[in-house]
Design a protein around this ligand. Sequence first.
Ligand code: NAD
Length: 258
Amino acid sequence: MDITGSSAIVTGGASGIGAAVARALAARGATVVVADLNAEKGEALADEISGVFAAVDVTRTDQVAAAVEAAGEIAPLRACVNSAGIGWAQRTIGRDGMLESAHDLDAFRKVVEINLIGTFDMTRQAATVMSRNEPDADGQRGAIVNLASVAAFDGQIGQASYSASKGGVVGMTLPVARDLSAAGIRLNTIAPGLIDTPIYDAFPDPDAFKANLGQNVLFPKRLGRAEELASMVVECLTNSYMNGETIRVDGGIRMPPK
Ligand code: NAD
């Protein structure tokens, strides 16, 4: 599926995997709407790739609606990538054995609200705008990629909310792909392993933490690069025969059971 001359929307596009995806889609000739909470980084990236920044909190359905409509007015919206996400907030707490904090209900709701419900809302609203496109020769009107995590399959201590939210993203992939196929829209999900992005910046010693994590990767013994995720996202968007699939991109990671 050709995205040249189309618009594309990338949530979480201001940072990490989303930013690498935004650059890759711009290089493919799409006009990218960088949809993120972070206006400073989002605007800078939009300038760099001749795209557009949209201030979007994915938990605000009115903001999601405005962003997809704006994207559809630039050019036919043919690509949507949901990379906005949070999730490591409870990790340290859980490791300390503070179950009450790790299982705080408000925190659980917040993670699910952003990672799962925000992803679902953007998926359905982007699909509505895509359904107005003229189909290509294959009958296709657009494609969507959602970011889950290997935590959907192999969660760690203190990460119930994160694993539940990402498990939901994996679980909805096939049924939503089935729903959208009637409109000529494909949906795939990518489950990253440990990717070197600013998501780790909040940790006390991020470099030591990342080096330690890299030892759990089968091969090569390092964290993944955002560009290595972006190339798989582009493949899922543009390969017309990819649909309803969840793909791990994780260096063969095997986390120790601790
Ligand atoms: P990141 O922190 O670098 O980027 C996430 C972006 O999402 C940020 O720009 C942030 O402002 C934005 N965001 C957060 N909440 C938002 C909201 N409510 N509305 C709009 N934007 C919001 O993280 P990343 O590592 O690039 O992660 C991207 C996606 O990949 C996330 O869904 C994450 O859970 C997933 N993932 C990352 C890793 C990893 O190791 N980095 C592993 C597995 C899955």
